[in-house]
Ligand binder design. Structure first.
Ligand code: G3I
Length: 321
């Protein structure tokens, strides 16, 4: 294959990227590569609650709509990201929940309205939604959040039911980081999925974010972990893959990175139920990594000038089993 779109066609797995809505609007070269290479996209920030409802009842759909419009024009499927999270919530919401001016009953109806409104707006256009994101913490417990504190653990089932009502054909996912290897998180997430299935809650997919770093061993058990979830009847996706490194980048580090990317995509390709491999931005020009991990970067498959790195070439060598 000459590019990732051709690779995706041959593998029968979507290869996707996060989309920076500002870059999409303002950078022609970014737009060209995004639309040429990928069959699936996720809005990096534009569909998050703080982006679409910055003030209560005041919606701003401009960036989210632009991402959706561009994807549909370019025959790309879309992952909606994300409906229920503890981060990037609007200030009016967290403040209201924390100071008690928004009580539990009202909070529940606010969450319901949020899900019905956003999923409803894009009904029929979003292939898969990250309904709940990062709901398990690093000790393997349900994460403390305004949702758990005020609504109790039932908010998770409610969120899936409401999303299903708003778009019965969308695939509904639970999504998390470190789920490739963190045994506490894996155990708790399996428990949540089994519980939801036992209650006939509409959950269809498991999302592995796939944020790796070459300073750590590759998570060698990932394929088995994925199988534990797909054996429950879920489809799977790698939703936010990237592989960071301590800067500066060297040829050796870039080779290790390429190997990690290749192994992640291979894990998806070798599981019949894994349908999507999405990278968390294709270019080092726009990556969350340098802002979050001091001294780290170069996590994407193309450099700042959109030149393919060894990781890009390595992905092209992945074959169907
Ligand atoms: O939009 C404001 C801008 O107005 C302001 O001037 C600027 C100054 O800091 O901040 C801008 O907001 C930033 C936003 O990205 C948009 O660029 C926030 O500060 C920054 O915190 C935010 O970071 C995002 C992060 O989620 C926040 O939680 C990253 O771009 C985004 O890649 C990252 O994505 C998450 C996934 O949603 C979930 N999984 C983990 C992943 C990586 O953290």
């Amino acid at each position: 294959p000459d590019d990732l779109r051709e690779l995706s066609r041959r593998l029968g797995v979507h290869v996707g990227s996060a989309v920076d809505a500002t870059a999409l609007a303002g950078e022609a070269d970014y737009r060209t590569v995004l639309n040429r290479e990928f069959t699936h996209v996720t809005a990096e920030n534009a569909m998050k609650w703080e982006s679409i409802e910055p003030q209560r009842g005041v919606y701003d759909w401009e960036a989210a709509d632009a991402v959706v419009r561009n994807a549909l024009r370019n025959r790309q499927k879309i992952r909606g990201h994300t409906l229920v999270w503890h981060n990037q919530l609007p200030a009016w919401l967290t403040e209201g929940a924390n100071d008690g001016s928004i009580g539990a009953a009202e909070l529940r109806s606010i969450l319901r309205k949020h899900i019905m409104t956003e999923v409803g707006r894009y009904r029929g256009k979003i292939r898969a939604w990250d309904v709940v994101n990062e709901v398990v913490d690093d000790s393997g417990n349900l994460r403390e959040s305004i949702w758990l504190a005020h609504l109790g653990p039932g908010y998770i089932a409610d969120a899936f039911r409401w999303a299903h009502q708003a778009d019965p054909r969308a695939k509904l996912y639970i999504n998390d980081y470190n789920l490739e290897w963190d045994t506490k998180k894996i155990g708790k997430t399996l428990e949540i999925v089994k519980d939801l299935k036992a209650k006939r809650v509409p959950i269809h997919g498991i999302g592995f974010q796939g944020h790796l770093g070459i300073q750590y061993d590759y998570p060698g058990d990932f394929a088995n972990v994925m199988r534990q979830f797909t054996d429950l009847g879920l489809e799977a996706a790698i939703t936010e893959a990237d592989v960071r490194m301590v800067m500066p980048a060297t040829p050796e580090k870039l080779a290790t990175q390429a190997d990690y990317y290749k192994r992640m995509l291979t894990t998806c390709v070798e599981n019949r139920r894994c349908v999507e491999f999405t990278i968390w931005s294709f270019t080092d020009r726009h990556s969350w990594v340098p802002d979050w991990f001091e001294g780290e970067g170069a996590a994407c498959v193309m450099d700042e000038n959109l030149t393919p790195k060894p990781a890009y070439e390595a992905l092209l060598t992945v074959r169907r089993r």
